[in-house]
Design a protein around this ligand. Structure first.
Ligand code: GLN
Length: 236
């Protein structure tokens, strides 16, 4: 399983979210603490963030198939990258999947940034000519983009029904909404005064992180955080 992190809030530097904390994604790339599948995340990394204001936000990405801990150049640039909305990931490739930058999250459709922490049988996903890679996560991202992010929870439940072994922790953002599903792996929430972090595992032991139960959908907006069970229809 990979590890991912999302941020929605005030402008923050990418380094403060991804590199600096004691158990940041950089540390999780070689020493994750809650990873259930795989020992480390050495098969690439990606950082995406939204640039611009209100209805004119552009997703920008930097992805690599090398380990995050080995990237000395990013260390110098990350403190200069600031955004109110970030999606970042470090990757442990599933057996048989290509190791290449295009297979590394975050994926995008030009409006959303999306990361997948898990595995899914590609046979249960529709064929997609818009997937960025043949990697399961890239095809899953194309499927979710095609269905629309308003259907994210329903899409995850349907794919899990078709592939009961699938693990489907998805994290997605569009600059004003940060969405996540928890289906088979860990996710924690940190509610800070200046915004909200969703992360596969806490990046420190200082603050009060909340663990999200399995089979839940999380939505973060400027209004707040909502958690919905994916086992039951919304509202029940
Ligand atoms: N299955 C995806 C891949 O191969 C994600 C793997 C993961 O979560 N470790 O990249």
């Amino acid at each position: 399983m990979c590890r991912h992190l999302g941020w929605l809030g005030a402008q923050a530097t990418v380094s403060s979210l991804v590199l600096d904390p004691p158990h940041s994604l950089r540390v999780q790339s070689y020493a994750p603490r809650r990873q259930k599948h795989g020992l480390m995340n050495a098969d690439g990394w990606g950082v995406g963030f939204f640039d611009g204001f209100s209805d004119c936000q552009v997703p920008r990405r930097w992805r690599s198939s090398a380990p995050l801990w080995a990237d000395v150049s990013f260390d110098s640039i990350a403190p200069a990258l600031r955004s109110h909305c970030v999606v970042a990931a470090v990757r442990s490739a599933t057996v048989g999947m290509p190791i290449e930058a295009s297979a590394t999250a975050p994926f995008t459709d030009g409006h959303w940034l999306l990361s997948h922490n898990g595995v899914v049988d590609r046979a249960v996903l529709p064929l997609s000519s818009s997937a960025e890679s043949v990697c399961d996560s890239a095809i899953l991202a194309a499927t979710i983009f095609a269905r629309g992010l308003d259907m994210l929870g329903e899409t995850v439940v349907q794919i899990a029904a078709a592939d009961p072994d699938a693990r489907l922790n998805v994290l997605a953002a569009n600059g004003s909404r940060l969405l996540a599903t928890v289906w088979g792996d860990t996710l924690s929430i940190l509610r800070r005064d200046d915004g909200v972090v969703l992360a596969s595992e806490p990046y420190d032991d200082v603050y009060d992180w909340e663990d999200v139960p399995d089979r839940h959908f999380v939505e973060v907006t400027a209004v707040g955080v909502t958690l919905t069970s994916l086992d039951y229809p919304k509202g029940s």
